[in-house]
Design a protein around this ligand. Sequence first.
Ligand SMILES: Nc1ncnc2c1ncn2[C@@H]1O[C@H](COP(=O)(O)OP(=O)(O)OP(=O)(O)O)[C@@H](O)[C@H]1O
Length: 261
Amino acid sequence: MSAQDVVLEARGVTRSFGAEVAVEDLDLTVRAGEVHALVGLNGAGKTTLMRLLLGMLRCDSGTTCLRDGDAGLVDVRRLRPPAWASVGHLVETPFTYAELTVLETVRCAARLHGLTAAEAGPASQQIIGALALDHWSGRRTGTLSLGNRQRVGLASAMVHRPGLLVLDEPSNALDPAGVLVVRREILDAAGRGAAVLVSSHHLDEVARIADRITVLHRGQVVGTLPPDGADLERAFFAMVYGAEADGHLELPGDPAGPRRT
Ligand SMILES: Nc1ncnc2c1ncn2[C@@H]1O[C@H](COP(=O)(O)OP(=O)(O)OP(=O)(O)O)[C@@H](O)[C@H]1O
């Protein structure tokens, strides 16, 4: 892999909210054709990092860059609007219009990402089928279950086959069948050459799809996990506890918590 393959990059990024440092001096790359997973405890900074990478939040210091064709990596704050057409994301609230049907919503997302009217219909039908939403295609999104709203958000993020996909806990609300479907779509996207950044709390799931797994703790990268490692959970906790000054972190239901050995 060369520097040419980097599609998304954070360089020395820091962001605080009041006195709290959510992301601190963080470097990260996502390359074409790879699935890069972010894992960490609640509040580790995963969503904040994704929002910074997508320009949804301003960095206090450092920069986040996205590849814009021949112009190379460009600060997201200066990215030309057409470059955003090749980005798909689901970060926090799924893209849905409560009064529109599933098909209308996904078609709308396709058009917003630059597909022509002629392209948007078939592309929407295809991704709705892929995400097993056919049955709900004519339903207003405001009446859908949480998991199906999540699927619509994923369909809207993927309908235009983006070159960069950023998904924050994409299988959070999904049933086991949905988890399989999303796994397949993520792997297909990377197989087509897309750069994929995904966060998850499910280490087993992450191990199935990721080429690289980065562990965040208190806004910093504390290590990387090998996706084919033997005991990911153990390695994860060792990294997280190891990052604590005294090697000790209290967990609910486990007041003593594991200690660094
Ligand atoms: N808009 C905000 N205002 C104030 N604090 C915020 C804001 N957004 C995030 N934070 C804080 O920044 C820290 C990182 O939050 P973030 O949502 O990035 O974590 P996360 O790793 O995505 O957590 P989770 O796994 O629970 O989704 C948290 O302590 C959070 O309270």
